[in-house]
Ligand binder design. Sequence first.
Ligand SMILES: Cc1cc2nc3c(=O)[nH]c(=O)nc-3n(C[C@H](O)[C@H](O)[C@H](O)COP(=O)(O)OP(=O)(O)OC[C@H]3O[C@@H](n4cnc5c(N)ncnc54)[C@H](O)[C@@H]3O)c2cc1C
Length: 455
Amino acid sequence: MFDRRGRFHAQVSCRATPGDPSPSSARATRCSVTAPTLLAAADPAVAPEPASRADAAPLATDLRELLTSVRAFLRDRVRPIEPRLAQHEFRDLLPELTALRSEVKARGLWAPFLPRTLGGRGLTLAEYAEVSAVLGESPVGHYLFNCQAPDVGNMELLHTHGTPEQQQRWLRPLVDGMVRSCFSMTEPDYPGSNPVWMGTRAVRDGDEYVITGHKWFTSSADGAAFAVVMAVTDPDAAPHRRASMFLVPMDAPGVALVRNVSIMGEAGSDWASHAELRYDAVRVPAADRLGPEGAGFALAQERLGPGRIHHCMRWIGICERAFDLMCARAATRELAPGRPLGLSDTVQGWVADSRAEIDAARLYVLDTARRIDADGASAARDAISAIKFYVAGVLQRVLDRAIQTHGALGVTDDTPLAYWYRHERGARIYDGADEVHKASLARRILKRYGMESRG
Ligand SMILES: Cc1cc2nc3c(=O)[nH]c(=O)nc-3n(C[C@H](O)[C@H](O)[C@H](O)COP(=O)(O)OP(=O)(O)OC[C@H]3O[C@@H](n4cnc5c(N)ncnc54)[C@H](O)[C@@H]3O)c2cc1C
C-alpha cells in the first residue's frame, strides 16, 4: 500500500515466501530490514535521479529549475492523494484536485506549454516535452497543471484558428482552467482508422448549421463545457475536404451524453471518462465553425503533431515510474533469505531491456520534437508516425514487466501499475492504431524506393 506520502508500505513486501520455513517473527524482522530500502528506492526524491536517464542535450537553467519545481510538487503534494484514485470516482476527488490546481497556479507552474501572451512560459515543443515526461509520472500530473488531453489540443486549435470572439468565449476560460472541453470525432458505426469516412452531418440552414450524428470515445465529455465536433459538411467534396469542425456547447438542445463507456471494468467520470454521445439536430451559429468549411481534416492532422509528442512523453513518464517501482521491488523482494529477486537473470534482462528501451524512446521523441520546432510537423512526418507505435509498445512492455516483477501485488491497486495497465492499453489504439501508423510509415518509405500504389 501507499503511505500518506504515496510511498509503499512495508507490509506489501512482507508476505512469506512459499515453503519458507522461517517463523513469523523472523519474517517480521526481514520485512523491517527490506522496507526502508524499498521506500527509498521507490521515492523519486532519493531514487537514482534522472542522471541514469538519457538526455540528448543539456537543459537550459530555467527549464531545469522548472522541472525541479514540478517534480517537487508532484512528490510532496500529489503522491499522497494518488492511492485515492483507485478507490474513488474521479468526480468525488474534484474538490481536492481543484485545490491542488490552484496551488499549481499560485506557484507559477500553470500550463507552461502556453505562449507567454496567454500566461504560459512559451516553451518550445522540445522543452515542453521534458515537462510532459515529469508530469506523466503521476496519473493526474497533466490534469493538475492544465496540460491534459484533450484540452491542450483544443487550446492549440483555438489559439491558432479561433476567431477573436471564439477565443474570448472558449479559449480564455479553458486556459484559466475554469472549464474543460472534449474532442468528438470517432463514431461507433464508422472506422476511426479512416477518418475521412464518417456519418455525422452538419447541414447549413441560414446562419446556422444543424448537426446530427452519433459519436463515442469522446474523452472527458462528462463535465465538459463544450465539444469540438467533426462533421461532414460536403459529402461530395474530395475526401479530405468533406468535414468541418464546430464548437458545440455541451448543454445545447439535442446534445445527449448516452453513457460513459466502461473500459476494462471502469466507466470513470468527469475528466477520466470516455463518453458515447448523440447529436440530434443540434443548432450552432455558423460563427461557431472552427476554421474554414472543409478544413476539418487538415485541422485534425495539425492537432495531432504536437499532441503526439505530448502523449509519447507522458508515456515515458509512466515508464520511468514503472521502472523505479520494478527496480525497487527486484532489489528488495527476497525469494529466499538473502536472495533478492533481482539476482534472477530474467529480471535482470527486464531491467536492462527496459532501461535501454525507455532511453531510446525518450531520445527519439525529443529528437522528433526538435525537428518539429525547427522545420515544422510535415518535415518530421515519418518520425511522428514512428514514435507513436514505438513508444506505445515500450510503454506496454515496461508496464507488463513491472507488474510481473511485483507478482500478485502488481495486479492490485496498491501500486499505480494496474491503473496504468488498464488505462493505457488504449495507447496502441487512440490517435491512430499501431497498424495504421506502421502502414503509412512503410508506404512513405517504399514510395521513395519507387513503389507505386493505385489503392
Ligand atoms: C482510450 C481512448 C480514448 C480515445 N479518445 C478519443 C477522443 O477523445 N476523441 C475521439 O474522437 N476519439 C477518441 N478515441 C478513438 C480513437 O481515436 C479510435 O479508437 C481509433 O482511431 C481507432 O478507430 P476505431 O476504434 O474505430 O477502430 P477501427 O478503425 O475499426 O480499427 C480497428 C482495428 O483495425 C486495425 N486496422 C485499422 N486500419 C488498418 C490498416 N490500415 N491496416 C491494418 N490494420 C488496420 C487496427 O488494428 C485497429 O485497431 C479514443 C480511443 C481510446 C481507446
